[in-house]
Design a binder for this molecule. Structure first.
Ligand SMILES: C[S@@+](CC[C@H](N)C(=O)[O-])C[C@H]1O[C@@H](n2cnc3c(N)ncnc32)[C@H](O)[C@@H]1O
Length: 230
């Protein structure tokens, strides 16, 4: 019953409430509602479970792209991480991330910039992290090229992302809503093929697993996670 109520509320919000508010006042929606939508939708239990699977693997100098509200910060192993460089163009989300960073004993430098044009030197990063960001970055291929450039030859890119589902009944919906969904969800495209993006951009897959996240609408919850090297 609780699950049904949650799914009903989220369908009404996604398909009626949010588009309506954004239509009436885009500036208000983008400044006041969107950061809260991103912060709360990215902090569901299944997503937090995914974070715990990958974030503790980060070590050395870490670059987190699309760090947003800093939801991963609590999962880093303090003893393994020298410093985290958090990249995100959203200054609204950065305010939430700064507060979270203060709570944890981590050295975090925030760069308010786009991940497809990083001010980070070549071959300098031990671990690049991306969680639920490749869906929202306007140019994911350019971003992956940048990740390739900044990773040390021994470095790893670890990720947990949602994207295009293999089932046609789900991908039909994902492709069908792409004309409006990014507008209410901070540019999030639910129909990006994560594995293809990685292999097309010359990453070598070390580990890749896929599931539909439990308690999540299938069109939002086809999750791919793992690690790749250059
Ligand atoms: C769905 S949120 C995920 C946030 C965070 N990674 C997490 O796991 O909760 C997508 C994030 O991608 C960020 N983003 C959008 N365009 C970007 C870009 N060009 N470069 C870097 N991050 C970007 C957004 O600001 C937002 O913080």
């Amino acid at each position: 019953m609780k699950k049904f109520r949650y799914l009903l509320i989220s369908y009404i919000s996604i398909f009626i409430l949010f588009p309506l508010i954004r239509l009436i006042n885009k500036k208000f929606y983008d400044k006041n509602i969107l950061p809260q939508v991103i912060n709360s939708s990215c902090n569901s239990k299944p997503i937090d479970y995914q974070r715990k699977k990958i974030i503790p693997q980060a070590k050395g100098l870490v670059l987190e792209i699309g760090i947003g509200p800093g939801s991963n910060l609590k999962h880093y192993e303090q003893n393994n991480v020298k410093k985290i460089i958090g990249v995100d163009p959203s200054s609204e989300l950065n305010k939430i991330a700064i507060k979270r960073a203060e709570k944890h004993n981590l050295t975090v430098e925030f760069l308010i910039e786009s991940a497809d044009n990083l001010s980070v030197p070549d071959n300098s990063i031990d671990t690049v992290v991306s969680t639920y960001a490749l869906c929202s970055i306007p140019n994911p291929s350019m971003t992956l090229k940048e990740i390739h450039r900044v990773l040390k030859p021994t470095g790893r890119f670890i990720f947990s992302e949602h994207g295009l589902a293999p089932d046609t009944s789900v991908s039909f919906i994902q492709n069908g809503i792409d004309f409006f969904y990014p507008k209410i969800a901070g540019g999030c495209h639910v129909n990006r093929d994560i594995e293809s993006l990685l292999t097309q951009n010359s990453f070598k897959i070390e580990k890749l697993e896929n599931i539909y996240l439990p308690g999540t609408q299938k069109f939002l919850g086809y999750n791919s996670w793992g690690s790749v090297s250059i």
